[in-house]
Write a protein that binds this ligand. Sequence first.
Ligand SMILES: [Zn+2]
Length: 99
Amino acid sequence: MEKNGVRKQFGCLPPKYNFCLNPYSELRFSRCPDCQNKTGQRKLPLLIHVEPMNLIALNYTKRYCRRCDLLIGHKHEIEQHLTKCSSRSMILKAIKISA
Ligand SMILES: [Zn+2]
């Protein structure tokens, strides 16, 4: 989020889902934090911008609340995937995930 209250957006299309990043590895969000309904799983590509000019697309399974249209990504799992990617082919200088 920018200082003027405008959310940074990648590309021109509006976001298709609401997304939040779970920083707590011990929480799995089997229930939605907003409506308390059970969440399911949804496997969708997650596009991550890695500074300075790299994009990584992870086909990653996230928790999903159908009622709120909310995807919940787990930060520690995403970081593990990014570490695997970097050990294979890239050098990551800084990781910036905006949620
Ligand atoms: Zn919900």
